[in-house]
Design a binder for this molecule. Structure first.
Ligand code: NAP
Length: 263
């Protein structure tokens, strides 16, 4: 299948490792030009180099922290200055810390909102005028399986991602007339650095081995293993494609069957 995105410009946020990097790689394999960002410049440049060597696409790498409004503005401006347009926006960021409700104060709640909700608001707001100008666009938000099945110990993620989902559904209705689709893709357990950290923290808290925790997680997934980041990336690349032109306002889980509800 030809995804029809060769030469399109994709801004993939928080993309030096894990899910963001895998999404960038899959879009690059389809021939999209990339603008990438993350806070750590060395890791960002290494990721850009790896994707460029593998696919030969043109890549702009901009060190940026998505929790800072000025960084977001400059990221979008630099992307447009380099490529002239933005066709695909993939909103992503790190995840908030895990823990029980009573372990978080107002400051920690505000940080989680800033990281996952406000970053999505600001990036979308900055990119929208450029999509409206070209008369088309794809906005894809990386949220979490916790949107459809809240996880114990993930109160910040469970709560803030629901906000992103409400935002996305609202925008999908508002922006359809501009030929801009807005969707969310929900990672299930995916083998990235973040998951290794979560496993490590839980093993320490519960005085168990990391191996033990991983086996327990894998038993909860019908497919019996975590996703590889590229399996997730391929789904996002499809939603970003011309072929997904009639899909908007959905929250699509890539979870190996983890979520037990009907929709
Ligand atoms: N992996 C899973 O199983 C899973 C499941 C459900 C949901 N999710 C969610 O999916 C998203 C991606 O997860 P992941 O597993 O790929 O995470 P990850 O392995 O921790 O990678 C996070 C990426 O985001 C960048 N980043 C983090 N904070 C940033 C910031 N403030 N500004 C700009 N870049 C930032 C990191 O680079 P720098 O540190 O250099 O900035 C890195 O490139 C997270 O929101 C996570 O909670 C993941």
């Amino acid at each position: 299948m030809d995804f029809g995105i060769k030469g399109k410009v994709a801004l993939v946020v928080a993309s030096s490792s894990g899910i963001g990097k895998a999404v960038a790689m899959e879009l690059a394999k389809e021939g999209a030009k990339l603008s990438l960002c993350a806070r750590n410049e060395a890791r960002l440049l290494a990721a850009a180099q790896e994707i460029s060597a593998a696919t030969g696409v043109e890549i702009l790498a901009v060190p940026a922290d998505v929790t800072k409004a000025s960084d977001v503005e400059s990221l979008v401006n630099k992307t447009v200055a380099r490529f002239g347009q933005i066709d695909i926006l993939v909103n992503n960021a790190g995840g908030p810390p895990t823990g029980a409700f009573e372990s978080f104060n107002d400051e920690e709640w505000a940080k989680a909102i800033e990281l996952n909700l406000l970053s999505t608001v600001r990036l979308t707001r900055e990119v929208l005028p450029h999509m409206k100008k070209t008369g088309a666009g794809r906005i894809i938000n990386i949220t979490s399986m916790t949107v459809k099945q809240p996880l114990e110990g993930f109160v910040l993620s469970n709560s803030v991602r629901a906000g992103v989902t409400g935002l996305a559904k609202t925008l999908s209705n508002e922006l359809a007339k501009h030929n801009i689709t807005v969707n969310c893709v929900l990672p299930g357990w995916t083998a990235t650095d973040r998951v290794l950290e979560i496993q490590k923290a839980r093993a320490k808290r519960e005085n168990r081995t990391e191996e033990d925790i991983r086996t327990e997680i894998e038993r909860s997934i019908p497919i019996g293993r975590m996703a590889e980041p590229e399996e997730f990336g391929a789904t996002v690349a499809f939603l970003a494609s011309e072929r997904a032109s009639y899909i908007t306002g959905v929250s699509l889980q890539v979870d190996g069957g983890f979520i037990k509800g009907l929709i």
